[in-house]
Write a protein that binds this ligand. Sequence first.
Ligand code: SAM
Length: 243
Amino acid sequence: MATVQDENPFTGPIGREYEMLRLICPNAAPLAGKLADHLATAQPGALLMGFEIGCGTGVSTLPLLAKNAGLHLLAIDSSAKMLAQARENLGEWIDAGRVEFVEADALEALRAQGDASFDVVASNYATHNFRDDYRSGVIAETYRVLKPGGLFLNGDRFALDDRAAHLALTQSMLRHWFKTFASISRHDLLEDWVVHLYSDESPEHIMYFSPALTLLREAGFAPEVIYREGVDTLVAATKPAPR
Ligand SMILES: C[S@@+](CC[C@H](N)C(=O)[O-])C[C@H]1O[C@@H](n2cnc3c(N)ncnc32)[C@H](O)[C@@H]1O
């Protein structure tokens, strides 16, 4: 049974210069916007208690708060470097009492919450970093902490089920990274992102699309795919309410 995940690439240089993500993964911020929009459509105007897994520098936290006036978030991340940026970027939201940023391992933080204590659990580009066994633990705990009828919104990279197509897409992305980082002479960061990608694509981490949906169903969720382009995907998984 997984406990904490001690590997986190965002404690090093790619966390310090996280704004480079827009070059590495241009869809990450727009997907966070879609995630926030989906919550606003699904639960318009409601007073909501939310938990964010892997909030990073606040790129995903900001649209969630801005587009959902009734949302109060407990936003956790295990990288102090990322959280320091989040606290700086979202200072006014902290002062307004809309968000609390806490440095914590995702699974440990979820385990510390009571049953059925949140209306929504959100995550953007965090769960693909997890090892399979750890991810299963996070999904099970997410289900437990959600209220019946609650929503798990996960915007992330879900690998293509077709292995050959996924390899071709990854190779073409790598070619793009090399061109982009060469043009700004940042081979140092390119090296860190490639090493990180190697971990994401490794057999014990890679999050294939269909198995990920099966995992959600097995945990009890009713998942719905809201958006998918290439690997970039938004899944809304509802914890069914008793009839
Ligand atoms: C790619 S970043 C995404 C950040 C943010 N959600 C966004 O959309 O920009 C992934 C984040 O997950 C965090 N993370 C990775 N593993 C974690 C874990 N086991 N527990 C908590 N946070 C974790 C990293 O520190 C990083 O900030």
